[in-house]
Design a protein around this ligand. Sequence first.
Ligand code: NAD
Length: 283
Amino acid sequence: MIIKKVGVVGCGLMGGGIAQVCAESGYETIAREINEELLEKGIKAIKANWDKAVSKNRMTEDNRGLAIQKLKGTIDMKDFGDCDIVIEAAIEQMDLKKAIFAELDSITPANAILATNTSCLSIIEIASATKRPEKVLGIHFFNPVPAMKLVEVIETISTSKESMETGIDFSQSLGKQVVKAKDSPGFIVNLLLILFLLDSIRAYEKGLATKEDIDAGVKLGLNHPMGPLTLTDLVGLDTTYHIACAMYEETADPKYAPPVLLKQMVTAGWMGRKSGKGFYEYK
Ligand code: NAD
């Protein structure tokens, strides 16, 4: 299947990054947000990334011009009516994702692929909101999307071989390295990562060490690029909380139950880097 036009649902941290790499790769790209203010914020962030890339000689002026031409924003889902593939990157909540997929199913061409960037939710459950489960799959990018090489392409028990092939070819055309995984909570990476993040929050919560020492221990002792509390701030505390809740609900395994401190911080509006405050403060 030839992909010409890509729709992206959500222009936050992940949707913005996905729209950015699609437009840079030459796809006609349209990103949808829920209101003009969030749309403007998302598109502005993408353009600021391109300005920075040009100033650092990582992108030519011409290529920035071409990418800007390829990128459009909308608040109307009906603008996905001629998309060949839509990637959903709205917040990590099953009911919302099912409502979005039902709407996409009624708007997009019958042969369009519908992909979700979910971190851990059941993709077959999301697909059940459509009449085309064979065309639904996971295309799971990593944060920050322009910099991170990996994409997990996730197959449900209903995804067709052709849809998987299209998802893999498309992800590779964005310059990403693909790993394939089955539709199981957390797929490969988050199955391992989320426990690690939750355990680091529990260690901090019980006073094992300061946040700086937990992060320094992992960074220097395990040679990770950043410590787990810094990484939780980068992922978003709300997103980490939603993922933990969903994995706990799906597996009934108490090790995925979100720490009380995480819930308290999310309730207080401390979402991490994106809100200016999480375990650390950001200007
Ligand atoms: P985010 O909060 O930064 O962005 C989500 C955006 O979706 C918001 O701007 C919101 O306004 C928008 N939105 C909500 N409902 C919408 C709708 N009906 N139509 C269009 N837009 C809508 O969250 P994020 O970190 O970008 O996460 C998005 C998805 O990507 C989640 O499923 C998350 O689990 C997954 N994910 C996140 C990360 C990460 O590190 N943050 C990594 C991989 C995958």
